[in-house]
Design a protein around this ligand. Structure first.
Ligand code: ARG
Length: 455
């Protein structure tokens, strides 16, 4: 018997069914069903004999799902109804008791929060591994000079260790964001029923403990409406993916013949179908291109939730594909970043050559004047004039004569000016906290190590 006298239109089923994608929630669905059934028996809402049958049936369902033998029926709407249907086939009408004091609304919210909790844990592990590789590579290349860039123009020399450590701090912040997601996933929706609570004296604390939640959700209406934790996860993933895209973009540039700062390992590149000389940084390019996809999933779920009246609405079914695609894509990207970085070969000579461009020490010359009492703005103009003079006459800054230097400013001592243009003087003078000088970098490396292991 049912309220309906007509079968569902196949096109209705097509738009309505989530089975094709929510299948992968089965481990979470089974875990919560077991915990729920045990709680029902502990409160004598079902008998121990019923519990035994339910657990036996759920065990068989699990084996079938794990081995890929589970037969889905054409009108299974989602993984929850498919499992209940199969359970009832296996154990008879007692299978129908599993849904006592539960609704698909609190059930699906619980599966999704369990999925997100795991996805955040996976991201944290992958980030830790990536950070570990970056720290290792930073240490191994701690004082290899290269130009630092702004506007993609050579700006000031820095050490490679410094540049690689920049990514460490970015990924450490990402890790903190995923930890906040874990926190957002610590509240259990189950027991909220459809929206109002249930007509049985259930033990939500027991189920929460069993499933590893800190507590049951305090408001049943919020519990079935809430997908903030999913949004938090997607936001954390979007920021991480954006960081990975910046890393990817730099690897693409740096591995080009124009830069040639790095050679990516064969295992992380592809050849061209027609140009034999090419070694394409595909994975780095894809790190760049996967980021908008991940960000778009975040924007999409935000759109789904925007203006949605409480409580459960079928719109919420659209949380899943965004989450699943992001979890899979992010995992792939983090592994690729780690693999590429751990096997990349940096080219010391090429980077040094680019870093020894005297022009990029020019800003330090301005500081020399500042120390002699010249206001910074004025000093900047004086050095700008010298750069212009050198460029116009086809010389380097150190090839300018004493007369030319003194003509630009009587406060600019030619010997000091030339010493400053010498290699590394500019690097080692960046002694401010967080700066590129070796001493500061050693401290930064230690701080990064402490940040990754200490927390
Ligand atoms: N497949 C649904 C979803 O993912 C499950 C919940 C359905 N609840 C309902 N009242 N129709 O959101």
């Amino acid at each position: 018997m049912s309220r309906f006298s007509e079968p569902q239109d196949p096109d209705f089923q097509r738009i309505n069914s989530s089975l094709a994608f929510d299948k992968r929630l089965w481990p979470y669905d089974l875990a919560q069903s077991r915990a729920h059934a045990m709680m029902l028996a502990s409160r004598a809402i079902i008998s121990d004999a019923d519990l035994g049958e339910l657990l036996r049936g759920l065990g068989i369902v699990e084996e079938e799902l794990r081995d890929g033998r589970f037969q889905f029926a054409t009108d299974d709407e989602d993984i929850h109804s498919a499992i209940e249907r199969r359970l009832t086939e296996l154990v008879g009408p007692v299978g129908g008791k599993l849904h006592t004091a539960r609704s698909r609304n609190d059930q699906v919210a619980t599966d999704v929060v369990l999925f997100v909790r795991d996805a955040a844990a996976v991201a944290i592990v992958a980030l830790d591994a990536l950070i570990g590789v970056l720290i290792e590579r930073a240490e191994a290349h701690l004082d290899w000079p290269l130009p630092g860039y702004t506007h993609l123009q050579r700006a000031q020399p820095v050490y490679l260790g410094h540049h690689l450590l920049a990514y460490v701090w970015m990924f450490l912040r990402d890790r903190a964001r995923f930890r906040a997601v874990t926190e957002a996933c610590s509240v259990m929706p189950l027991g909220a029923g459809a929206l109002a609570g249930v007509n049985f004296d259930i033990d939500r604390e027991l189920v929460a403990r069993e499933l590893g939640f800190a507590a049951p959700a305090p408001n049943s209406i919020d519990a079935v409406s809430n997908r903030d934790f999913a949004l938090d996860y997607l936001a954390a993933a979007a920021t991480t993916a954006m960081h990975l895209s910046r890393l990817g973009a730099e690897l693409v540039l740096w591995s080009s013949s124009e830069f040639a700062f790095v050679e990516l390992a064969d295992a992380w590149t592809s050849g061209s179908s027609i140009m034999p000389q090419k070694k394409n940084p595909d994975a780095a390019e894809l790190l760049r291109a996967k980021a908008p996809r991940i960000g778009a999933h975040h924007a999409a779920l935000l759109g789904v939730l925007h203006g949605l009246p409480l409580t459960y609405n079928k719109d919420l079914q659209e949380d899943k594909e965004h989450l699943f695609d992001v979890a899979d894509t992010l995992r792939t990207c983090l592994a690729a970043a780690r693999g590429m970085l751990s096997s990349a070969r940096f080219k010391r000579e090429r980077m040094r050559e680019a870093a020894s461009d005297e022009m990029i020490a020019a800003v330090d010359a301005a500081d020399l004047l500042v120390r002699a009492g010249v206001p910074f703005r004025e000093a900047h103009g004086i050095v700008g004039g010298l750069v212009r003079l050198a460029l116009d006459s086809g010389r380097t800054l150190s090839e300018l004569t004493d007369e030319e230097i003194l003509a630009a400013s009587a406060a600019l001592e030619p010997a000091a000016f030339r010493a400053l243009l010498a290699e590394e003087s500019s690097l080692e003078s960046k002694l401010s906290a967080g700066g590129t000088a070796r001493e500061r970098l050693a401290e930064q490396l230690a701080a990064a190590r402490a940040a990754i292991s200490g927390t």
